[in-house]
Design a binder for this molecule. Structure first.
Ligand SMILES: NC(=O)c1ccc[n+]([C@@H]2O[C@H](COP(=O)([O-])OP(=O)(O)OC[C@H]3O[C@@H](n4cnc5c(N)ncnc54)[C@H](O)[C@@H]3O)[C@@H](O)[C@H]2O)c1
Ligand SMILES: [Zn+2]
Length: 508
């Protein structure tokens, strides 16, 4: 788990918020100032007094680099309060940003002054606290802005600030791409590489409101143009692609420019494909606005459009950055939430039992921040190991071998069909590996997803499965579970598939 860094002025509440997060999660609280004091064997005031501020900054920088280099062991991460001046050191800032997410607790100078009253603060010695703080803040404001992934309003009760900060995360995918998860949009959207002039934003009807905010943010960073494409999979067509390419040519979109996709999986697939192919590949940033987009489609670098069949044309192309806004996801209408939940709980079944427990405990009112970061972490970990889908990535197909056939033949939505497909796969796992199928079925029921569909369609479904098999050249394989979080990919015969289908009510 990456570090959760807290930066901000003295008095912004970094230690209080950090301690509060450590008390309610399994993150360990670390205070950089205390570590410096411990190592030096004297107080910060003492260090500044005896050796000067430069020496103190060096010690602080060394501590930051150490915490950035050392990966936090196992599942437990850290929440780290830093000194107010860490943002003065660009190398330290870069190290923090790469080892996790940086949250800036921001509050006006007057509020900060009221909070720090009589504390021992060497850098404020002998001055009128409020006006000195206002001076420092004026100088550092843009540095905090540059350093932080997210600005958090800290002029609020600790509990509220902590609740927002705790949802922030940065997850690296294959070293090529970073996923930022936060309460809203990040403070800056475009990756900080050089020479950027233009961004083209692609959105769909349902993502229009979010695209408006993204456009405003982009315009503070580059020239930006918004293009809306048709809704849902109608966007993933050669016709739309032709329209987009001609607009990009008119705009003279260059090698250092960026494609920004804002929407559900249809938009992120399309925008990714445009970025992969324009000038043989330019940078892309994705802002998924559906839960399925956030936990599945935007993660892992698969892009594509539909030509004759679904996703038959595409390419592997990592976005530089994926920015997930929890605020957007928490306002999704129920059907879209349910679609994405199916893929999120799938991530739990194949790799993270705690995710399954969360859905069991909360049903459809699950805690969005934890579910999203865990599901993204599962997909990021699997694709990092296997970018081009030769081995381990196959486990992401849990529930999809039969699920896809059920989707096509029975006309269910993808999420609903995958839910039924996962129950069928659980039944085959029960038959072959002694797995208890209720451990898959019950969490899905708890979410309100379908777990059976009584119909006589097995022959038609098996024809689709055979066709998919030819296209993917993987043989007739199915992801089975020995246990929650312990998948195996096994060759199966038609009898096994029929057994799975019969278990969810699908007969010949
Ligand atoms: N690349 C991958 O690895 C991958 C993985 C899974 C799925 N996909 C693709 O993703 C697509 C499905 O994704 P999807 O389910 O997100 O569908 P989608 O993009 O078609 O969006 C579904 C609907 O939600 C609307 N919408 C988007 N954001 C909204 C918001 N914030 N509030 C309200 N409505 C909103 C859209 O306008 C659309 O009507 C498919 O094309 C599928 O092939 C790709
Ligand atoms: Zn799926």
């Amino acid at each position: 788990m990456g570090n959760l860094w807290l930066v901000g002025m003295m008095g912004s509440g970094k230690s209080t918020v950090g301690r509060s997060i450590a008390a309610t999660t399994d993150r360990r609280f670390i205070d950089v100032d205390s570590m410096v004091e411990e190592r030096a064997g004297m107080s910060i005031a003492g260090i500044v007094d005896e050796q000067g501020e430069v020496a103190f900054r060096e010690m602080e920088g060394a501590e930051i680099r150490r915490l950035s280099a050392e990966p936090a062991r196992g599942g437990t991460g850290r929440v780290i309060a830093t000194g107010g001046g860490v943002v003065l050191d660009p190398a330290g800032v870069e190290a923090m940003r790469r080892s996790g997410v940086v949250a800036w607790l921001d509050a006006p100078a007057g509020v900060l002054a009221g909070r720090i009253g009589g504390e021992d603060r060497p850098l404020l010695a002998g001055s009128d606290v409020a006006s000195r703080l206002a001076e420092i803040l004026a100088v550092r404001h843009s540095l905090y802005h540059q350093a932080a992934h997210y600005r958090i309003d800290a002029d609020r009760p600790v509990g509220e600030v902590a609740a927002e900060v705790v949802g922030c995360a940065r997850i690296a995918v294959d070293d090529a791409s970073e996923v930022l998860i936060g309460p809203g949009l990040p403070d800056r959207l475009l990756p900080a590489s050089s020479g950027r002039e233009q961004a083209v934003l692609i959105c769909q009807p349902g993502s229009r409101p979010v695209a408006g905010s993204v456009l405003e943010l982009l315009r503070s960073e580059a020239e930006a143009t918004l293009i809306e494409v048709p809704d849902r999979d109608a966007a993933k067509s050669v016709d739309t692609l032709a329209v987009l390419y001609s607009r990009l040519a008119e705009l003279n979109l260059g090698r250092h420019d960026t494609i920004v996709g804002v929407g559900g999986g249809a938009v992120t697939d399309l925008a990714g494909f445009v970025a992969a192919t324009w000038l043989r590949g330019i940078e892309s940033v994705l802002v998924p606005t559906t839960l399925l987009g956030a936990v599945d489609a935007s993660i892992g670098g698969k892009t594509g459009i539909n030509v004759m069949g679904k996703n038959l044309v595409g390419s592997f192309w990592h976005p530089s950055r994926v920015a997930i806004s929890l605020d957007v996801l928490s306002r999704l209408p129920e059907p879209l939430l349910l679609e994405g939940s199916a893929e999120a709980v799938k991530a739990g079944f194949i790799a993270d039992p705690r995710l399954v427990d969360l859905f069991m405990e909360h049903g459809p009112s699950f805690p969005m921040a934890e579910v999203v970061s865990r599901a993204v972490a599962v997909k990021a970990e699997v694709v990092s190991e296997d970018f081009r889908e030769t081995g381990r990535r196959a486990i992401l197909n849990f529930g999809h071998t039969l699920g896809h056939g059920i989707e096509v033949v029975c006309g269910l939505s993808h999420g609903h069909a995958v839910a039924v497909g996962m129950v069928a796969a659980a039944a085959v796992s029960a038959d072959r590996l002694g797995f208890d199928e209720s451990r898959v079925r019950v969490p899905l029921e708890r979410l309100g997803l379908p777990t059976r569909i009584d119909t006589a369609a097995s022959d038609a479904i098996l024809r689709i499965v055979q066709r998919d098999k030819k296209r993917t050249a993987t043989g007739l394989r199915m992801v089975l579970l020995r246990d929650i979080g312990d998948p195996v990919v096994e060759y199966v015969d038609e009898a096994a598939l029929r057994l799975g289908l019969a278990a969810v009510g699908i007969a010949a």
